[in-house]
Design a protein around this ligand. Structure first.
Ligand SMILES: [Zn+2]
Length: 412
């Protein structure tokens, strides 16, 4: 992949910046010794970058255009260092400014050039339009062969796995990047080049416009939803990974994206005979493991004292807070297509049993996205004022608000 080496010396604010760039078609790696600050000139056509270092640089800042971002780096044992989140922009970056708090070691800026020609955008638009629609059908899925055009192929020979858990992620990438095709291509380059993975880590990616992008490619041998990915702390067997593209630490995902996620999950659960409120054992190797909700967030894989992996904020607080609603939304969709949804909620202690709400007391009623739709006096039975479906009911008990997810309907 390395076609040309370039070495340049730049003086900046009196400090030496040493950059060695490995120029390739889709990627470039810059080696930088930053002083107290360093403006790094980027190669042409860079629309994404991440930072690799031998040290944990979390908490330091990076300026991209007029915005400053805090670095979050994660240890990667396989490649022996720390990898930052991926930064994405819609138009090529001229420079990135590093703002180290202390002396930094040599760092590498890994640059991604996911740019595409007009033909790729047209093909993606056609794939999106050609998708099937219908009850419990998956949303239209844009094949990797369509969105990846012009980038190098993944490694051959994908592995297969029988899915028992679906793990929700966010990409922790800039929400200001709205060229979603470009974002997906750069995420692919981020995963396959410097993470050293065989292919993009997730089985699916969903962007704010609701588009669903096929992730890890089955290459004609495995269905995309059963390809073993690289997203869940190296214990990927038995899981399917879905990534909401964006940073949902503070911002909420769009309703459109959540709608596509719901449809994708309902389709997969029906296909595998899984339950949206279920849980099952997730093995972490050598007889170890733990109970994991069937629909879970990446951070659910971290169990202090049980399993030390997966210490992460992923999928972001603003996705994680909606996991109950998401399970209910999936259940609602499954019910609408005649699938028998069980009411086992043992996996989710934040939810309460139907009988837990106080009879005869007022409860507030919210839809599956937490939007208030009304109130009722809870009588422990179907209130005919509401159309059948899943709702979140919340009630004051003593000093606390309690909440529960209910199917309000004539049959359940
Ligand atoms: Zn994740």
């Amino acid at each position: 992949m390395v076609s040309r080496w370039e070495v340049s010396f730049l003086r900046l604010f009196g400090f030496l910046l040493w950059a060695i760039g490995a120029q390739a078609q889709d990627v470039a790696r810059l080696a930088v010794y930053p002083g107290p600050t360093a403006a790094v000139h980027m190669p042409d056509s860079v629309t994404g970058f991440s930072i690799f270092s031998s040290q944990d640089l979390s908490g330091n800042e990076v300026r991209v255009g007029h915005r400053a971002y805090t670095l979050h780096t994660q240890a990667d044992m396989e490649i022996g260092g720390f990898v930052s989140q991926l930064f994405l922009v819609d138009t090529p970056l001229a420079q990135v400014v590093l703002l180290p708090r202390d002396t930094w070691p040599l760092v590498y800026i890994d640059c991604y050039k996911g740019g595409y020609g007009p033909g790729v955008a047209v093909a993606v638009g056609q794939a999106r339009a050609n998708g099937k629609a219908g009850t419990c059908a998956p949303p239209p899925i844009i094949p990797q062969s369509v969105w990846r055009q012009g980038l190098k192929a993944p490694k051959p020979g994908p592995g297969a796995t029988k899915v028992a858990h679906v793990v929700i992620h966010h990409s922790a990438t800039s929400n200001t990047a709205t060229d979603y095709l470009l974002a997906v291509r750069n995420i692919y380059l981020y995963h396959v080049n410097y993470n050293g993975w065989d292919d993009v880590g997730y089985n699916y990616l969903i962007t704010a416009d609701g588009s669903v992008w096929a992730g890890r490619d089955g290459q004609g041998m495995v269905d995309g939803d059963n390809v073993k990915g690289a997203h869940f702390c190296a214990k990927n067997s038995g899981t399917m990974g879905v990534c909401l593209v964006g940073d949902f630490t503070l911002a909420s995902p769009s309703d459109t994206a959540l709608g596509s996620l719901r449809d994708l999950l309902a389709w997969k659960l029906e296909k595998e005979g899984l339950q949206p409120f279920g849980q099952s054992f997730h093995p972490t190797g050598a007889g170890d493991g733990f109970e994991l909700p069937t629909l879970c967030g990446h951070r659910d894989g971290h169990r202090p004292g049980v399993y030390g992996g997966c210490q992460t904020e992923c999928p972001g607080d603003q996705v994680y807070v909606h996991m109950d609603s998401l399970r209910a939304a999936v259940a609602n969709r499954l019910v609408s297509c005649g699938y028998a949804v069980g009411s086992d909620r043992g996996a989710h202690p934040v939810e309460t049993e139907a009988t837990y709400l106080d009879i005869g007391k007022e409860a507030q009623v919210y839809d599956l996205y937490g939007r208030w739709v009304g109130s009722l006096v809870w009588q422990g039975q179907y209130p005919s004022a509401y159309s059948s479906g899943w709702y979140i009911l919340s009630q004051v008990q003593g000093e606390e608000w309690v909440r529960a997810i209910f199917y309000l309907g004539l049959t359940n």
